[in-house]
Ligand binder design. Structure first.
Ligand SMILES: NC(=O)c1ccc[n+]([C@@H]2O[C@H](COP(=O)([O-])OP(=O)(O)OC[C@H]3O[C@@H](n4cnc5c(N)ncnc54)[C@H](OP(=O)(O)O)[C@@H]3O)[C@@H](O)[C@H]2O)c1
Length: 327
């Protein structure tokens, strides 16, 4: 049976996607996240409702040590023959972190650490565990584009410089708003998806890298850091009407989850590498991302900076090379 790993697959868009992968495509799943009890519940529901195999993997994407441990867990399952190679790796976990700037245990600004750097490292450590014709998906956001109503509503993304982003608000560096920290992290996701695509093509590996915008989806845990009144308002028909009038890209939990599942598993998207898709008003459309996201120089710089920040040193590269040689 094909298998996908989904970060943040026990809630929101990730869980909706998990249910579609299980029901429509009959895929087995690895749910990776930092809330073991809720992951266990979601796994039990998926097994009960669809009869698939589900394994939970502890993963805090904001912590590089946790990412390394999770990757070792997955590699171990593969080496023991408990699971096959991954048919899809969905980098979906993430959020917006309101309030004063906070830092990960590695000392990096937490939005950047959670949404970008952890996934960058995870993909790197698991790249040889992905099956031929497998796919890597990044749940980005239309808010990364400052030329859209989505981007203007949340706050224009700033320069995607990983070294600066990791140190925002630290050692006298000026903080930026939570909205901008979020939109910039999503710009980094899109740049990273395209750069991964180029590197995969250059290396000859038949693996796809795809970016996805689920649209504005209410009913997830996304606004959990916001006041209760804002969370309540976001679910009202009135606010949805206002957003629509302002030209905001609107998704729904079911359709956006199904769209992410299709991008991961549907043969229709076998040639989607290096592209950006949006779930909008019940349609899954290939569309253009922001102008800046196509800047290959910035993407390469971001990649090299994240490589440095994640401490991807020689030892890990040697292990990876040995695994490749063995397979
Ligand atoms: N909802 C929207 O309107 C919208 C729009 C565009 C893009 N997105 C993106 O869609 C993705 C899913 O969000 P959602 O709306 O479904 O919200 P959600 O229900 O809050 O899901 C976010 C998931 O990410 C996990 N997560 C957060 N920080 C983590 C960490 N440090 N380590 C591991 N897992 C972590 C959460 O786990 P816990 O349960 O443990 O917190 C949760 O499972 C996110 O990347 C978000 O940025 C959402």
């Amino acid at each position: 049976m094909p298998i996908a790993l989904i970060t943040g697959g026990h809630t929101g868009i990730g869980y909706s996607c998990a249910r579609h992968l299980a029901s429509h495509f009959k895929w087995d799943l690895l749910l990776a996240g930092r809330s073991p009890a809720r992951m266990k519940e979601a796994a039990a529901e998926l097994r009960r409702d669809f009869g698939i195999e589900v394994t939970c993997v502890d993963l805090d994407t904001s912590s590089l040590a946790s990412v390394r441990k999770a990757a070792a867990h997955v590699t171990g399952l593969m080496d023991n023959g408990e699971i096959g190679r991954l048919d899809a790796l969905l980098c979906n976990a993430g959020g917006r972190f309101d309030g004063p700037v906070a830092f990960s245990e590695d000392g990096y600004e937490v939005t950047f650490a959670t949404n970008c750097l952890g996934h960058f490292l995870l993909v790197d450590l698991l790249k040889d565990c992905i099956a031929d014709n497998g796919r890597v998906l990044f749940t980005a956001s239309g808010t990364h584009d400052p030329d859209t109503a989505d981007g203007r509503m949340v706050g224009a993304a700033v320069e995607p410089d990983a070294t600066v982003l990791a140190g925002i608000g630290k050692d006298g560096n000026a903080p930026i708003s939570a909205g901008k920290r979020y939109t910039t992290s999503k710009l980094c996701n899109v740049l990273n998806a395209y750069e991964l695509h180029r590197r995969l093509r250059a290396s000859g590996r038949p693996v796809s890298s795809i970016a996805f915008d689920p649209g504005l989806v209410s009913g997830t845990g996304f606004l959990r850091g916001m006041p209760m009144a804002v969370q309540w308002l976001s679910r009202t028909a009135f606010l949805n009407w206002v957003f629509r009038r302002r030209g905001i890209t609107m998704g729904s939990l079911d359709f956006s989850g199904a769209s992410l599942a299709r991008l991961a598993a549907d043969p229709e998207f076998a040639d989607a590498s290096g592209k950006y898709f949006q779930s909008k008003d019940g349609k899954l459309l290939e569309t253009r991302s922001s102008t800046l996201s196509y800047d290959e120089t910035r993407a390469a710089r971001l990649w090299n900076q994240m490589d440095e920040l994640a401490g991807l040193h020689r030892k890990e590269n040697e292990i990876s090379t040995r695994r490749q040689a063995k397979s």
